[in-house]
Write a protein that binds this ligand. Structure first.
Ligand code: ADP
Ligand code: MG
Length: 479
């Protein structure tokens, strides 16, 4: 049984009007049985307990299999890894050759581990080899692993390029290139490295790109290097998830925010697993130090200046529940699939509204209901308004708790007239607004898929009726 688009919208509207908060949406009636999977793939999917492909998975399957270049856009948490991996694995035949045939590029080392893990789950009954390589780990060990031979290699761009230049890793046999989180990749300044890698790859190959947002940078990369890729776009970057309860507080400065956070975190029954986002690594360190004083080993931190081992340990301990609080920057937490986060705290209001979507997407994953709290100063109100405009939703403001101290103590950054070290572009982890950001943000907003799509729907149906598709994706799992 399948519904046409209009019918789906009607169902959506009906459900939304009746029960605005936690709406159950029955979308995508296709099951994994309907996809032309091999028995082995189907069995591993079944063992994972997945019954229905998410919309991006359903739509990508035949397009990726067709061999054409593809760009897939879907919100975080909508199952993009399987969206490209299922069709690739479906057609990848057993081989004894040493050199890899599939290359998956991801922006962070953590994602290398996660994607390798997902591929291993899918290849439980298939005789295929997968290898992950990333910087910050011994390159000689990785060279040895490469020399053993692999079918799929998952890598961060820098390390892949180094291995490609050494004669150990031969890339001329790559048939399929996947660039996952391509928007983040470009934000991190990997464009140049990607171009270098393209030079090492054979010209005749399939290019597959996946991204949560469609930015100008992504568009430019596609226009410059790829042959009219098929575009699959199912998610809206500005669509909040129905099962995430959003609230906000207004606080004048960093240390007052820290007091407020500490106050909230004392409620250990409610705040069981808390991911706290800050705008840059300096603030991450400052906040972590403040939290450590009060909560000791309950908290941990990750940002790009931490060593690889430290980062992996922090994420593991947080995921396993050994640490209750994780302080992170946007880049580090992007794409990570962490279990059952009770709260996402936006300690700083993200300058780019899309980042808010990515942040809150860390909670409310699968069927769980999540909570997110946004802290903002007067200065951050503008950024908050941008977020609200993108979502077409006003985040309720809660009264500042009386018992929390409002301090006048300022951080170095907050003190007036002092030299402020403002990051000049978006290529670093420092998402601090500066002059360059305005230019960039305006540029990006023009191609913001979420906003324009929403406007389109609003025009067509008078009232915006776009809801997060992750809900129905994940809820379908149960059916
Ligand atoms: P994205 O890359 O879009 O952020 P992921 O590929 O990391 O999303 O997937 C998010 C989570 O959803 C993972 O835990 C994954 O195992 C799970 N998942 C993927 N596909 C399905 C599905 N069809 N049904 C239920 N859960 C799924
Ligand atoms: Mg992903």
């Amino acid at each position: 049984m399948s519904f046409c688009y209009l019918e789906k919208l009607c169902i959506l509207f009906f459900l939304n009007t009746r029960k605005p908060t936690f709406v159950k949406i029955f979308f995508g009636m296709t099951t994994f049985q309907d996809l032309d999977l091999s028995n082995q793939l189907y069995n591993s999917i079944e063992e994972l307990g997945f019954t229905h492909p998410t919309p991006i998975q359903e739509q990508s399957f035949s397009v990726v299999r067709s061999g054409k270049d593809v760009v897939g856009i879907a919100q975080t948490g909508t199952g993009k890894t399987f969206a490209y991996m299922l069709p690739i694995l479906r057609d990848l035949k057993f081989s004894k050759q040493i050199t890899p045939r599939v290359l998956v590029l991801v922006p962070t080392r953590e994602l290398v581990l996660q994607v390798v893990d997902e591929i291993e789950k899918l290849t439980k009954y298939i005789n295929l080899r997968v290898l992950g390589v990333y910087g910050g780990a011994n390159i000689n060990t990785q060279k040895q692993a490469v020399a053993q031979g692999t079918d799929i290699i998952v890598a961060t761009p820098g390390r892949l390029y180094d291995l490609g230049l050494s004669n150990v890793l031969k890339l001329k046999s790559i048939q399929k290139l996947v660039i996952d989180e391509v928007d983040v990749m470009l934000d991190l300044g990997f464009r140049f490295q990607l171009l270098n890698i393209f030079d090492l790859l054979p010209r005749a190959r399939q290019n597959i790109m996946f991204s949560a947002t469609m930015t100008d940078d992504v568009d430019e990369l596609i226009n410059d290097f790829f042959k009219a890729p098929q575009k699959i776009s199912v998610a809206l970057s500005g669509t909040p998830l129905d099962n995430i309860q959003q609230t906000s507080y207004i606080a004048p400065n960093f240390y007052t925010k820290a007091n407020l956070l500490a106050h909230l975190l004392r409620d250990r029954d409610a705040f069981t697993k808390v991911l706290v986002f800050v705008s840059n690594k300096r603030r991450a360190d400052l906040l972590f130090a403040a939290l450590e004083e009060i909560f000791g080993s309950e908290s941990c931190v990750i940002h790009s200046n931490k060593t690889q081992n430290y980062r992996i340990r922090s994420i593991r301990q947080f995921d396993e529940g050994k640490n209750r609080i994780l302080v992170a920057t946007d880049v580090m937490a992007r794409g990570l699939d962490l279990d059952e986060i009770s709260h996402v705290i936006n300690f700083d209001t993200p300058y780019f509204p899309e980042n808010y979507m990515h942040r809150i997407g860390r909670t409310g994953r699968a069927e769980h209901e999540g909570k997110t709290i946004l802290f903002s100063t007067e200065k951050e109100q503008e950024a908050k308004e941008r977020i609200e405009a993108l979502m077409d939703y006003k985040i309720p403001v809660l009264d500042f708790p009386e018992e929390v101290e409002i301090t006048k103590q300022l951080t170095e950054e907050e003190r007036p007239k002092e030299d402020q070290e403002i990051s000049k572009n978006r290529t670093s982890e420092e998402y601090v607004p500066g002059p360059a950001f305005h230019e960039k943000s305006e540029k990006n907003s023009k191609t913001n898929q979420g906003g324009s799509y929403k406007r389109e729907i609003a025009r067509k149906y008078k009232k915006p009726k776009t809801r997060g598709d992750k809900n129905y994706n994940m809820r379908n799992k149960k059916k």
